[in-house]
Design a protein around this ligand. Structure first.
Ligand code: TXA
Ligand code: MG
Length: 331
């Protein structure tokens, strides 16, 4: 049916043709690489779930080239319109009700009436979505439960033999997955923290930041992908470590302490945006070294720091705990 392959210089039209034929195309976005499939083609969506090893009850995000495209199939609310004007294209995903004529596969939404929508800002993502001219579901392009990919090489490492094409757009600029909100009400609820923070949402909506609630980690139904162990490297992760122990690798921020083992700094200057962009790639790099575990420095919880800490908590969550193991299988 389609060419099977790794990183190529294929055009966006080739990518769109593969999607139309029911294939799987990995593509860059400003957050992380996504694994795309035609959202309206149930066989393609099933193939996507199988390639990732993703459980069928965890719904996907539908990506479109424009906000107008989203509101042709999603039910607009006053808050979603306002947030779309400010944050799309960009790293915000909104869960909305669908219009009756939406053709998005119920497999993609895990049977929910709602669907998550995003308009990415990355130029390559936009070119692919424009060429395809319809909704493309795209979870992060990694095997379920593992660290999300921020380069085409990461995608090839995890899924290279299971997908049809990888569009190589270099490193992702933000490096953490989009903020996911439930935008059906007047005030949004944050289901997954990301680069768009609660204070940014509150500023646009003119509401108090305290009115914007966040899903709790035991809130399985509203936030199916928000639980316990996820984004997990193979080695154990120890958080809030001012100093590495002998035998550990160390992921710091700012200046690094003296240490005999592998050591990386997320940002030499302590910049949280730079730290977010480096997080997943550095966790992967340290995971490849032969070590007892990865110790991670405390990270300030301001701005995108809250999203970094969210991902780190999941990376460190116990994997043998039955609740964590069940949760781990969710994304
Ligand atoms: O930045 C991103 O969001 C990337 C890029 C590729 O766009 N995509 C991504 O997709 O991170 P994924 O599948 O790894 O995460 C989607 C999250 C999951 O936590 C999922 O449970 C949640 O969105 N989600 C999707 N549809 C939902 C719905 N209808 N209601 C509640 N949560 C939903
Ligand atoms: Mg994911």
């Amino acid at each position: 049916m389609v060419n099977k392959h790794h990183i190529t210089a294929a055009t966006f039209c080739d990518g769109a043709a593969i999607l139309r034929a029911g294939g799987l195309v990995a593509f860059p976005t400003e957050t992380v690489y996504g694994l795309g499939a035609d959202a309206c083609n149930t066989a393609a969506v099933n193939r996507l779930f199988a390639a990732k090893g993703r459980p069928s009850f965890n719904p996907l995000i539908a990506h479109l080239a424009t906000a107008e495209g989203v509101f042709e199939i999603a039910q607009e609310t006053p808050s979603s319109r306002l947030l779309a004007q400010h944050f799309w294209p960009g790293p915000l995903t909104m869960v909305l009700a669908q219009q009756a004529h939406s053709q998005i596969s119920t497999v993609a939404t895990a049977g929910l009436d709602s669907c998550a929508f995003r308009v990415p800002a990355n130029a390559d993502a936009k070119a692919l979505l424009t060429a395809f001219n319809g909704p493309v579901v795209a979870p992060s392009a990694n095997p379920s439960g593992q660290v999300s990919p921020t380069t085409a090489g990461h995608v090839a490492d995890g899924l290279g033999n299971k997908i049809d094409l990888i569009l190589d757009g270099g490193r992702c600029q933000i490096g953490l997955e989009s903020t996911v909100i439930d935008a059906r009400g007047a005030v949004p609820r944050i289901l997954r923290p990301g680069a768009i923070t609660a204070s940014m949402l509150a500023a646009v909506l003119g509401c108090d930041i305290g009115e914007i609630t966040s899903a709790k980690s035991d809130d399985a139904v509203t936030a199916p992908g928000m639980l316990a162990s996820h984004y997990a490297p193979h080695h154990a992760v120890r958080l809030n470590a001012a100093q590495p122990r002998p035998g550990e690798a160390y992921l710091g921020i700012g200046e690094l302490p003296a240490h005999d083992g592998p050591c990386l700094t997320l940002s030499a200057s302590g910049d949280l945006q730079e730290a977010a962009a480096n997080l997943f790639a550095m966790l992967r790099d340290l995971d490849r070294t032969v070590i007892d575990g990865i110790a991670v420095a405390p990270i300030a919880d301001d701005g995108i720091g809250a999203a970094i800490n969210d991902r780190l908590r999941r990376a460190a969550a116990p994997r043998d705990d039955p609740t964590a193991a069940a949760c781990r299988d969710r994304v």
